[in-house]
Design a protein around this ligand. Sequence first.
Ligand code: GLN
Length: 482
Amino acid sequence: MELYSMTGSQLAGLLAGKEVSPQDIVSSLSRRAAAKEDQVRAYVRFEGGLESIPTEGGAEGKSPLSGLPVSVKDNICTRYFSTECCSRILSGYKPPYDATVVSRLKKAGASIISVKTNMDEFAFGSSTENSCFGPSRNPWDRRCVPGGSSGGSAAAVAADEAVFALGSDTGGSIRQPASFCGVVGLKPTYGRVSRYGLVAFASSLDQIGPITKDVRDSAMLLNVIAGYDPKDSTSVNEPVPDYTACLGRPVKGMRIGVPKEYMVEGIDSQVKESLLRALEEFRRLGAVCEEVSLPHTEFAVPVYYIIATAEASSNLARFDGVRYGFRAADAESLHDMFSRTRGEGFGKEAKRRIILGTFALSHGYYDAYYLRALKVRTLIKNDFDKVFSGFDCIVTPTSPTPAFRLGEKIGDPLKMYLSDICTISVNLAGIPAISLPCGFTGEGLPVGMQIMAGHFKEETIFRLAYAYEQAVSAREKRRPEL
Ligand code: GLN
């Protein structure tokens, strides 16, 4: 088996036994990427190979991630290395500091790959088609999108061009691409992982999380990136357990809720079948599955697109041509410079969101849209609290469909927005959720299932996901043909 196709925990074993060196692993990934990048395009600013960023001062502590490379989404700051959010307006931007997740990884002895993974501009989208560098491809079928916005991270892991990757998830951007690419993606509880150094999209929804080949790797990565950070006032000062310790614990007697609002018309029949089979497997493992209701689910998409665009319009105000990246040439006045920079620097979807968000926040409309959306957000959160008072987990599809074709939804923003229907409520409620593979369609595209749990119950999620993975996906193990 080639090094590039191994999981992080397998590679950690080889490193511990001194059978390979960290450089062997990066070289193997680099060769793989050199051979496959023109088909996948998971990385941006890729120039023929992968290298890791030299660690400053060496690793302080030995951890299971020591010597392992991590690929990072283009909206997570890496000191002195380009971080452009796949937007023209940030072209050439090299942050003077590392995101907290990056510095934590470095401290744990992990290395960071110096080219970043592709994404929709500022994480606005579900397909990577909004990237100023052009879309990534789905390694399972290159006519299809890898999902988004962390599509590059998911495609890199699925194509064996990365061992681990970091993504960000505001409305599904880790979980939906993970499901489209047949890998594992976790959105942690809001506040579990520091957002310091994540270029903000919607600050009350954004979380950074791992995209990995299996559940154990996801737990390993979360162990390092989770925890309180004084530089992020929304990070929570709760102890971080060892997330790998719960793997392998029995799930007998666990109570799983299956919300009826997620199994409705519009869910692809093959996705539905895969999920029903997964529920059967949970029952075989001794869990109890029962139908539950999350009655405000139908409001999640409209509420999200008001809150997320409102926050985005405010967060993106700082990109004015003065402080970061791109500045339009030949402006006649300061005002002209602002408007030209923003006009030329932002792509179409970014402009659409800035306009929508500014409108929702504007005088006279604030109460009718933004304030009302916040109230409905609370109702959505209350729905979850009610269910979690009697259940350990909630299981749903991650996405209503498998990966769609490039170009299929890009001309119709509403269609694109609706592809997040299964993932958005989780961000509005601030709870954690994972996507893991649960089968394939007849056309050979992966299908993902989503497991949610209450705030800070990542361990419960990992326990159930791992039990399922051990029981099923190991026997269904397939790899994309590239
Ligand atoms: N696809 C959703 C959107 O376009 C979610 C994006 C995200 O999670 N960053 O907003």
